[in-house]
Design a protein around this ligand. Structure first.
Ligand code: AMP
Ligand code: MG
Length: 354
């Protein structure tokens, strides 16, 4: 039975309830395309009126956040802030969540030793990831990359004073793509709770946050196998029965290809190049904001530094899948994750994080 719930959740963003679904009466599922991604909501044992209202709130809220935080669309508030920074001007925040996002980004920049650096928007753009259609042509030149690296854009170049944001480095270009979805998940779950909703999962492009349970069972959240050719689509499942988020960052999510090689959308701020050697990182935490920031940071930190950075960031559950699909987990994650028996991966259990 547990497996059945698990599979139905995995397909959350792909299928609606089917007539044979044994939980159809108790489950409400809807999905939308916002934030450049699929957003889904699943509720359990809620009245149809409340469920409809929750779904509407979800869409409106995501649309509003998208408008504020989009990293490259001309009409977003973040683009206006980036233009001000490039011109050496300060920017007055109007009714926006950009200030708290910036302050949180500064915190995660520090705790991740700069592996998480949302000030490198120019590098992300240079690699072609500020576009819906990714480039197929030649890669940026070493000269272009070196020029942006030399300007050293970093989160400590930014000052947030009340409602005014400024930067003393015009090379800073903010791109909150690495943790905005996590923050949105936290805010939406708070809204759902204030509406009296007790059992819910919200899915933002494969990053999920859950509260309550799926009836008398925990929610089961699948972690995708990073290999697209793998027959079994999931490598493990995470049972969730309190407020918890499961966020994955992967090199298979957005990448460009050139001459047979893949270049991921996650850029190492130290080299200016897309990360290599790690296929995905999943972080489980009550805070989806932390889980999202940390999963990106640990992708960059890689095999050598993930454990140290996870400790510094205060993360408790990590699953890192390396380039050869060996799974690296801390002991707590090894106990939490339910691996697929038919598809047991090679696994390395690290020292405890705490
Ligand atoms: P995620 O899928 O959460 O790992 O976020 C990836 C996105 O974060 C990319 O598409 C970029 O917009 C942005 N990004 C890439 N590299 C970094 C980095 N080192 N630090 C912070 N943000 C990054
Ligand atoms: Mg992230």
């Amino acid at each position: 039975m547990q497996l059945k719930i698990f599979i139905s959740l995995l397909l959350l963003s792909l299928v609606a309830c089917t007539p044979s679904d044994p939980y159809q009466d108790r489950k409400f599922q809807q999905q939308f395309y916002v934030f450049g991604t699929l957003v889904g909501i699943t509720l359990w044992d809620e009245s149809p009126e409340k469920a409809e209202k929750a779904a509407q709130t979800l869409v409106q809220t995501f649309q509003e956040y998208h408008q504020q935080w989009h990293s490259w669309q001309a009409d977003s508030q973040l683009t206006a802030l980036n233009q001000a920074i490039a011109a050496g001007e300060s920017w007055q925040v109007h009714d926006s969540l950009i200030s708290p996002l910036t302050v949180m980004a500064q915190h995660f920049y520090q705790t991740s030793d700069g592996f998480f650096n949302p000030a490198i928007g120019q590098l992300v753009g240079l690699w072609g990831f500020h576009a819906d259609e990714l480039p197929t042509g030649p890669l940026p030149s070493e000269k272009q990359i070196a020029k942006l690296l030399a300007a050293k854009p970093k989160m400590t170049d930014i000052q947030v004073k009340g409602h005014v944001i400024s930067a003393n480095n015009p090379a800073v270009q903010l791109d909150f793509g690495a943790f905005a979805k996590g923050y949105a998940l936290d805010l939406i779950i708070e809204k759902l709770k204030s509406m009296g909703i007790k059992n819910a999962i919200v899915n933002a492009g494969g990053n999920l946050k859950a509260i309550g349970k799926a009836g008398d069972r925990p929610w089961m959240i699948g972690i995708r196998h990073p290999s697209p050719t793998e027959k079994v689509g999931v490598i493990a499942a995470i049972p969730v029965e309190t407020e918890m988020s499961v966020v994955t960052s992967g090199n298979y999510e957005r990448y460009r290809e050139f001459e047979g090689s893949r270049y991921s959308h996650i850029i190492d701020p130290n080299t200016g190049w897309p990360v290599k050697g790690v296929s995905s990182v999943t972080v489980v935490d009550e805070s989806a904001t932390l889980a999202d920031a940390a999963s990106t940071a640990l992708m960059v930190a890689g095999l050598q530094d993930w454990h140290r950075i996870a400790r510094q960031m205060g993360v408790k559950y990590v699953m890192l899948i390396d380039g050869s699909h060996t799974v690296h987990v801390n002991p707590k994650m090894a106990r939490l994750a339910e691996f697929q028996r038919r598809n047991l991966p090679d696994a390395v259990v690290s020292k405890p994080l705490e």
